[in-house]
Design a protein around this ligand. Sequence first.
Ligand code: SAM
Length: 262
Amino acid sequence: MRKRPLGQNFLVDPEITQKIIDLANIQPEDNVVEIGPGKGVLTQRLISIIRSLTVIELDPKLCREMESRFGKNNPTFRIIEGDAAKFDYSSIKSGFKVVSNLPYYAATHIMKKLIHFGSRIQTMTLMMQKEVVDRLTAKPGSKEYSSLSVFVQYYCKVERLLEIPNTAFSPKPKIDSSLFSLKPLSQPKVQVEDPQLFFKIVNAAFFHKRKMLKNNLKSWEKHFTCEQGQTRIAGIDLSRRGETLSMSDFANIANHLYSLNE
Ligand code: SAM
């Protein structure tokens, strides 16, 4: 059986490694979770700063190497062998920080899982492929703006921190990476009555990126109105494309449909 690739591109540039640790702004009293510690380049620096570190690593071989290098029964260093996209983060004391050079193949899944536990997390300093970070930080009207941008910016303050060339890794991946931070918001960015309906509309609006909203939002056609020759919903001109709508525009549509019992 072919071994499943685990996105194992290890950081080999010591200057960039130090920059990541500096930008993560780790304080000695912090509880930190590192996802995918790999061969331990970030781990080693984190251990030299903080008192409590938990690492989650899927590869059993790398877990054994971690144990022999950093100790198995060290009360301040805990190794969890498992899948970070499936892990129950409520088992970790609330108020922790996350640092990770995420494996490309599972990066979005792991990030979404972390956002689900956002109320327990202070900050996440994450590395992902540049194209995905372009989408996470995108503003309305840009070509990178997508349902993923809306999802992440609804729950978190997103800040781009550093560009990392592919030469900083071994083996060298085909793509460059970016470091960014997510700070979970205490309240979502906009007030919506029904978040499920809000995201249903957001996903529909971006489903066919080139199509106008009147096509993508056809499921709600019976609530379209015609005003001054324009088809609208909640006052929004449906000849626009989803990528031009702000988070408040989406919230207005969702709250309007909610008020109509949709
Ligand atoms: N932190 C190391 C570094 O910067 O050199 C390694 C980063 S490497 C991009 C990703 C790491 O995540 C690998 O060690 C890989 O085995 C691990 N990994 C892959 N999938 C995982 C998952 N679902 N849960 C936890 N760790 C995972």
